[in-house]
Design a protein around this ligand. Structure first.
Ligand code: PEP
Ligand code: MG
Length: 756
């Protein structure tokens, strides 16, 4: 079966176009299963109907014409159940629905499976036969596997517009409008659009001679203090509800306002002959231009914050009352550039979703929305947001899409998804305090990755057993200079104290690559192959020493800290880092801190480290695989490049073999081996990692429940069998399908569909 499957996939993926791919699929499946009919129905979401798009065995004239209502017939039933339906005599089934045009009366046996991609039913794949019989288990598995392949092909066709073309019909205009952005915060929000906008547009303020320089400066100072006071009140209101890391966002605003430079610059511009609003515009625009020109996404986002502050100061400068929007009970907050303060102004309990025309997943507002668990879509770009006031809207924060004026069918579908998520969350909540242990007693540690948006309370609430990766570059990125040793000590102390006595692995500064510090510019042709991670900090021992001393001081009395070194490619780097770490330790002890030498670990994230894992393991206390980078370096696929994203998969056989080697080598030296890349939080991958022997997995807090759920549903024996099976496969697609199928069969299909 596996060989046939592989051949079909190869043939289908090399088809000229979408239609040909579908035709090949139905023909080959019918042949492979020696069955008389095979057909594909695709869901036309806009009309709530399944459309027959390819068939072998039904009336070919019906292709593209026959439409089955979403809630009708066995096709509708398969879609509703999101599970295969295998019946020996379809005509006797209560949901049988006769569509005369397709000429299926002769067929009795029916096997249908949903085609699902990223939680959405895209269609139904069916096989039929004249003689009543039940298709056997292997035939069912075969069809399910092909349906997962079909899903990927359809998703691609959707993105290229080929699907819309195929489904085009004479029906009149669709109901809802769909707009795409990028995911900001996961979840599905339904509500009514409330568009917010700054009362004055700073960009349109003209230059003007001031009547009195002194009067303008006084006006300016009054406006600055009014905004400062506004922010204080807002942050007071929000503080109790926010985790500490997010509170810092308000501090950033306050710091910008308090910065003597900003006030002074505006005052200077007034003295140079501009009235206060014009001077404010000059200064704000100059800052924004500078930030936007930086080659750093994070700092570019800060330009939005500066603009927001400028708007607020302008409002007071012009002495106008701010108009408060009328918030709906389920508000979908919409704006050109939604800011944290816009978010904070919505009355408690009213916020159902957020849509921001500008910004990305790194924007402050997205960070806040995630902390507040409000579904958010960012960067909807050209969407005419000012037309969305008072419209009914669905925000899909998982896939970064918004649906305006949804049809009743679509609404029902999303309501069902919300219910499904609630059920899943409730089930996950029940196992929160239980260990991650397989049915046959194999235990594995589940830890959390933190950094930007790090939410200590959410991590603890999710049942994390500690921190497997704290990305220290985040506090470095949030400043306009290197943080002092004492500033760092305070940050690390708070983290360590919150988790104590649980272990916390703090990683030394990992900048460079796609994370340059704005105040430490690095210009390189190939930044991912350049000066990054440990390479920078070893070249700047003063930065490294200041950081590790701060970590050690922070651990006094807690002793739950471990230190991890990123981007190690060579044993000499470890030797040098260890020398510096011992030096720092002696210094900190000499200062009078009563601390223990922390355990030291190395990240395995480049191929050379895989081959030298044993040499490295000898030198340190633990290894942790950074699979995000390891995958990009093994496969030579830039992890941030959407063009090659389809080639990037940590389940690639080459990556899996590297992981096995690291675990084996680490264990041969008696060392703890963990993994902290995104794959560790992927429910589809977790059984393989468990079978490989990883001692712990470190992931985003939101993945912990799902991963634990998988582990508790399987035996280690079954996981080992699955690993053995996938090691016989030749590509990541097959491996992923195989693992998804294993989860489906164990009744955990909802974990694959639910937002990850
Ligand atoms: C990794 O590379 O897998 C990793 C955890 O580090 P980062 O994603 O911060 O590069
Ligand atoms: Mg990395």
């Amino acid at each position: 079966m596996l060989t046939i499957l592989r051949h079909i996939i190869q043939e289908v993926t090399s088809a000229q176009d979408f239609r040909e791919a579908l035709d090949i699929m139905v023909k080959r499946i019918a042949n492979a299963l020696a069955t008389q009919a095979c057909s594909i129905f695709l869901l036309d979401r806009h009309h709530g109907e399944y459309v027959l798009v390819a068939t072998q065995g039904l009336n070919p004239q019906a292709v593209g014409k026959v439409r089955v209502p979403i809630n009708k017939g066995l096709i509708g039933l398969v879609g509703e159940r999101e599970e295969p339906l295998n019946i020996d005599d379809a005509t006797k089934h209560p949901r049988f629905y006769r569509v005369p045009e397709i000429k299926e009366e002769a067929y009795r046996a029916f096997l249908g499976t949903p085609v699902i991609y990223h939680r959405q039913v895209l269609g139904v794949l069916i096989v039929q036969q004249e003689d009543p019989r039940r298709y056997d288990e292997s035939e069912e598995a075969f069809l399910v596997t092909l349906a997962t392949q079909l899903a990927a092909i359809i998703a691609h066709a959707e993105a290229t517009g080929a699907l819309a073309e195929l489904l085009q019909s004479s029906k009149e205009k669709r109901h809802e409008l769909i707009y795409s952005g990028v995911p900001g915060a996961p979840g599905i929000g339904m509500g009514v659009g409330v568009v917010v906008y700054a009362p004055y547009d700073l960009d349109t303020i003209p230059d003007r001679e001031p009547d009195s320089v002194e009067a303008e400066i006084q006006l300016l100072e009054a406006a600055f203090s009014a905004v400062r006071e506004d922010l204080r009140l807002l942050s007071e209101r929000l503080y109790p509800a926010l985790p500490p890391e997010e509170r810092a966002l308000f501090d950033v605003y306050q710091r910008i306002l308090d910065s003597a430079d900003m006030g002074k610059e505006v005052a200077d511009a007034i003295r140079a002959g501009n009235w206060a609003p014009g001077a404010l515009r000059e200064v704000i625009q100059a800052h924004v231009r500078r930030l936007e020109s930086l080659d750093n996404e994070y700092m570019r986002e800060r330009a939005e914050d500066i603009k927001d502050l400028g708007q607020r100061v302008l409002t007071y400068l012009q002495k106008n009352d701010r108009t408060t929007p009328q918030y709906a009970e389920k508000t979908i907050l919409i704006g050109e550039s939604i800011t944290p303060t816009d978010l904070a102004e919505v009355p408690e309990g009213y916020l159902a979703g957020v849509i921001s025309a500008k910004g990305s997943g790194n924007s402050h507002v997205a960070i806040l929305a995630r902390a507040m668990r409000v579904p958010t879509v960012m960067g909807v770009g050209d969407t005419p947001i000012y037309e969305l006031q008072d419209k009914e809207i669905i925000v899909d924060g998982y896939y970064g899409q918004i649906y305006v004026s949804p049809s009743p069918n679509l609404r029902t579908e999303f309501e069902r998804l919300i219910q499904e998520e609630k059920k899943l969350d409730a089930a996950l909540e029940e196992i929160r305090d239980l260990p991650a242990v397989t049915k046959d007693g194999q235990r594995i540690g589940l830890l959390v990755n933190t950094g930007l948006g790090a939410d200590i309370s959410i991590s603890l609430a999710a049942g994390a057993e500690g921190v497997g990766l704290y990305r220290t570059e985040i506090p470095f990125l949030m400043r306009d200079r290197f943080p002092s040793g004492e500033e760092q000590r305070i940050i690390y102390r708070q983290l360590l104290a919150s988790f104590a006595p649980r272990p916390v692995i703090i990683r030394t500064l990992d900048v460079g690559g796609d994370k340059p510090l704005p105040y430490f510019p690095i210009k390189e042709d190939n930044p991912f192959l350049g000066w990054r991670g440990i390479r920078i900090t070893l070249d700047h021992p003063e930065i490294f020493l200041s950081q590790v001393r701060a970590m050690m001081r922070a651990s006094e009395g807690l002793n739950n800290m471990r230190i991890m070194l990123p981007m190690i490619t060579d044993a000499t780097e470890v030797d040098e880092a260890l020398r510096l770490l011992r030096k720092a330790y002696t210094e900190v002890r000499d200062e009078g801190y009563d601390v223990e030498m922390p355990q030291i670990g190395v990240m395995i994230e480049v191929p050379s480290a895989v081959y030298q894992a044993r040499v490295l393991a000898k030198r340190v206390d633990f290894l942790s695989v950074g699979s995000n980078d390891l995958t990009q370096y093994i496969l030579a696929v830039d992890r941030n490049n959407p063009r090659v994203a389809n080639l990037y998969d940590a389940l690639h056989p080459a990556v899996l073999r590297a992981l096995i080697q690291v675990v084996e080598n680490g264990h041969q030296e008696g060392k703890h081996v963990s993994i902290c890349g995104e794959v560790a939080g992927d429910p589809v991958a977790v059984l393989l990692l468990l079978a490989m022997g990883f001692d712990s997995l470190s992931m985003n807090a939101s993945s912990i429940g799902r991963v634990k759920w998988v582990i508790r549903h399987f035996t280690h024996k079954k996981a080992a069998k699955l690993l053995h099976e996938v090691l016989g496969m030749e590509n990541a697609v097959m491996i992923r399908c195989h693992m998804e199928l294993a989860l489906e069969r164990a009744g955990l299909g909802n974990l694959i569909r639910a937002g990850r």
